[in-house]
Design a binder for this molecule. Structure first.
Ligand SMILES: Cc1cc2nc3c(=O)[nH]c(=O)nc-3n(C[C@H](O)[C@H](O)[C@H](O)COP(=O)(O)OP(=O)(O)OC[C@H]3O[C@@H](n4cnc5c(N)ncnc54)[C@H](O)[C@@H]3O)c2cc1C
Length: 433
């Protein structure tokens, strides 16, 4: 089974087990059919909670999860999906409860109950709803990522309240022990995941200290070189890390960047484009500043390292970052497979690493480099014909894409139409929201 499918399968199993235990908690099927709204209210609460447990677990960046789901970028996509579905289910919970007893229905949305456990459920509900609404609206409202991230931490609170709610209320979870134990263990896992990420990840997670030894600047791109202070980060080709720079005037928040250096090199290299409020401050970075590096993550180069198929790299803008090292490695390995790199920029002057890439390509006839400029005279978007003319063997070519999400999705669709195998098209997404 493909790694992403393994992870999804485990999520489905956890939902199926919850559903089964809930069914077993009923003495007679008529308990469900006699009060269908109550039944929906119960099952939506249980399944919604399990999905939020997954949502919390998936945000822990733990190694075994990366392997199960095929990379952190895939994990964040699934994290978003399970949160969205969990959100709908959690909303249905008090809604169906209210509909099942209309005379007191509205009270289920307010903390006015005599039993504290029920009120905690109401608080949990509102915290969940608020955070998920912020997340769903974050793009439209242009809420800065770091502020959104702070709001996301309150999910721990919602999860903890939900846990106490599940444990204390009179329901199937209290009357049927196996279901009670199952829900307590899983919500406990959700709470533990949130606590780990909020309080322990920065100190106890994979963490390496580095110092900046050189910075080159090309327009709005900072090419940063760092040396390890004690231990070198072990990593694979084109993986990425979360970096927190310790520098005056720059926030210590962590941001993900691809590693442009080779795993065998001691110096770590990142190329960072100014894109938003945080990266625009990186002009203040200077030699001697420290950095904390968390990771590594990512599986982009796995197939490239493991197979001897031809490769096509398609980079949009700063999406060139992972391909610089992969292209260099192909040259060092004296690759017998064809490796073609298309560096797509708007203008020629934006192709920051052009000299370096031309030099790498010049050393091996199997390596080809092209800069495709969409806005130069005689330029335009990269066409499928350009790709197939360099990679005519569509069945024996792996295509790697890194750039704006829309560009990658459009290109992937066209490539599949042109005869490339879907499983040979590998995407690295720089947008995790
Ligand atoms: C796996 C991965 C590898 C990346 N590699 C590179 C690279 O090599 N070079 C490069 O220039 N950029 C890279 N990026 C993008 C880079 O992380 C963002 O451009 C940067 O974090 C933007 O921060 P900002 O506050 O300046 O911009 P904002 O305008 O606040 O953010 C722009 C977008 O960047 C993302 N983002 C912002 N902050 C974070 C964060 N702390 N964690 C995760 N995502 C965030 C969000 O999708 C957000 O919508 C990578 C992103 C990912 C996910």
């Amino acid at each position: 089974m493909k790694s992403r499918k393994k992870g999804k399968f485990i999520i489905y199993v956890s939902l199926a087990v919850t559903f089964l235990l809930w069914l077993l908690s009923k003495n007679l099927p008529t308990e469900i059919t006699a009060q269908p709204l109550v039944a929906i209210c119960q099952i939506t609460a249980l399944l919604g909670t399990i999905l939020f447990v997954w949502s919390m677990l998936l945000s822990t960046r733990l190694d075994f999860l990366e392997n199960l789901f095929g990379g952190l970028d895939k994990i964040y996509k699934i994290h978003r999906k399970v949160s969205e579905i969990g959100f709908v289910l959690i909303i249905l919970h008090p809604l169906t409860l209210a509909l099942s007893s209309p005379e007191i229905g509205a009270t289920y949305f307010f903390p006015v109950h005599t039993k504290a456990g029920v009120n905690l459920g109401v608080y949990s509900f509102w915290v969940f709803v608020t955070i998920i609404l912020i997340t769903l609206l974050v793009r439209n409202l242009k809420i800065p990522y770091h502020i959104w991230k702070q709001t996301h931490k309150f999910l721990n609170l919602a999860m903890a309240l939900a846990l106490v709610h599940v444990v204390t209320i009179q329901s199937d979870t209290s009357s049927f022990e196996p279901l009670g134990i199952w829900m307590k263990v899983l919500t406990g896992l959700g709470v533990a995941s949130g606590l780990y990420m909020t309080f322990f990840y920065n100190k106890a997670g994979p963490r390496y200290e580095y110092e900046i030894v050189e910075i080159k600047r090309y327009g709005d791109i900072h090419d940063v070189f760092l040396k390890p202070i004690k231990h070198k980060l072990p990593y694979k080709l084109a993986q990425y890390v979360y970096v927190s720079f310790i520098s005056e005037g720059i926030s210590k928040e962590t941001h993900p960047y691809c590693i442009m250096s080779l795993p065998q090199e001691d110096i770590l290299r990142f190329s960072i484009k100014e894109l938003g409020d945080y990266t625009k401050k990186l002009g203040k970075l200077k030699v001697g500043d420290k950095a904390i590096v968390h990771g590594p993550y990512g599986h982009l180069s796995e197939k490239f390292v493991e197979t001897d198929k031809d490769s096509v790299f398609i980079a949009g803008g700063i999406g060139i970052a992972p391909f610089v090292s992969m292209f260099k490695q192909a040259s060092i390995n004296n690759s017998r497979a064809k490796v073609t790199l298309f560096y797509c920029t708007k203008y020629k002057k934006e192709a920051s690493f052009e000299d370096e890439l031309i030099q790498i390509a010049a050393a091996n006839d199997n390596l080809k480099y092209y800069n495709q400029c969409s806005r130069e005279i005689n330029g335009g978007h990269l066409s499928i014909e350009q790709i197939t003319s360099c990679a005519p063997n569509t069945q024996n070519t792996n295509i790697y894409l890194c750039g704006p999400t829309k560009m990658m999705e459009d290109m992937a669709t066209k490539l599949i139409k042109a005869g490339f195998n879907k499983q040979n098209i590998i995407l690295e997404n720089f947008e995790m929201l």
